[in-house]
Design a protein around this ligand. Structure first.
Ligand SMILES: [Mg+2]
Length: 345
């Protein structure tokens, strides 16, 4: 299970770093670029090299692939879980502010909120005031929530929901921003539940059912039904992108990440590259899909040259691995409240 935790966090990082150079490209432009390079048979490292080289201008050397706000904030979430054993929004807000590196590509809403937090504003004020007081409904809470899904994988659904909600509050208070985080947290937890049962093939229907069982928002439930329909009769990637959405709102990016994983769960590189191929908010969609694939397959499924390309300075690749191991060790030493065992004495 420890290596599944590591896969979750390194999967986030590698998806983020691979999607970042092409963030904002639309699906059609992405297809034109990617199709110039023939995709090699699955499993061949050349595929990884070709695509990573392509999307980074062919100049990526060891340690040069940078991650963005997605990974940086997921690090903050994992740190708080290691330290506190649960999400304390005020402490999490402080950690986001401490970790904040403005050049990591934060969205305009989050940038303003974190800047205000850094200047010492009360933790629960700035997030409520953005976007005319509606709060952000972006995907910023969903993109960083995977450590919660891992840490609470065998907790009750209500606990997973609540922890995801609490982790959203420092930056995302709109119900859609929160529910996006809930959906991804449930997805990660559902994957690890299958892992714990010894599954070597993902039960897609069961995972979808589990996510649905904890999802309360009508729009997300509608999107989950759409995802399920696409799994049965898969349209072209750009049709998927247009229908599910690939922008920076939670309702129009979380479903695309889920589809990338559910349709390509058997190969982590395929899953991440497909998520990138959908275009739009590619780093975030690939970070979410990468977290799920990494949680299922463990970090060993990440191609070695992808890992080698990742930046490895302070809070880089090695730090992220150690942090994820620490998250597992904290879970093992002082696990959060477990599932009630039906029929136990
Ligand atoms: Mg980003």
């Amino acid at each position: 299970m420890k290596e599944h935790f590591v896969g979750m966090l390194l999967g986030t990082m590698v998806g983020d770093a691979i999607g970042l150079p092409v963030e904002g490209w639309d699906c059609v432009r992405m297809a034109e670029q990617l199709d110039r390079f023939p995709l090699l048979p699955r499993g061949e490292q050349e595929l990884a090299t070709a695509v990573l080289g392509l999307i980074t201008g062919g100049k990526v050397a060891a340690g040069e692939a940078r991650y963005s706000d997605d990974t940086q904030m997921a690090i903050g979430v994992a740190q708080i879980l290691v330290e506190e054993g649960e999400i304390v929004p005020e402490t999490l807000a402080q950690r986001f502010a401490t970790n904040f590196q403005p050049w990591r590509g934060y969205g305009p809403g989050a940038y303003g909120v974190l800047d205000a937090l850094k200047q010492g504003r009360p933790w629960d004020e700035p997030a409520r005031q953005v976007f005319g007081g509606r709060g952000s409904y972006g995907n910023g809470a969903a993109m960083r929530v995977a450590p919660i899904g891992a840490f609470f994988w065998d907790s009750e659904v209500a606990t997973i929901r609540e922890q995801a909600r609490l982790s959203s509050l420092p930056t995302h208070t709109h119900p859609h921003g929160i529910e996006g985080a809930v959906v991804i947290a449930l997805a990660v937890a559902g994957v690890l539940r299958q892992v714990a049962e010894g599954a070597d093939e993902l039960d897609v229907a069961q995972l979808l059912g589990f996510i649905r069982s904890g999802t309360h928002d009508e729009i997300f439930l509608k999107k989950l039904a759409e995802v399920e329909g696409f799994l049965a009769a898969e349209p072209e990637p750009c049709v998927v992108a247009a229908r599910l959405g690939t922008d920076l709102t939670a309702t129009l990016s979380v479903p695309a990440a889920l589809f990338a994983f559910l349709s390509r769960w058997d190969s982590l590189p395929d899953c991440i590259l497909y998520a990138v191929r959908l275009g739009g908010d590619a780093d975030t969609i690939a970070a979410m899909a990468g977290a799920l694939a990494g949680a299922f397959h463990r970090s060993a499924a990440i191609p070695e040259n992808w890992l080698a390309a990742l930046e490895n300075g302070p809070q880089g690749r090695d730090f992220v691995r150690t942090l994820a191991e620490g998250l597992y060790e904290r879970w093992e030493a002082a696990p959060p409240r477990r599932l009630e065992v039906v029929g136990a004495e």
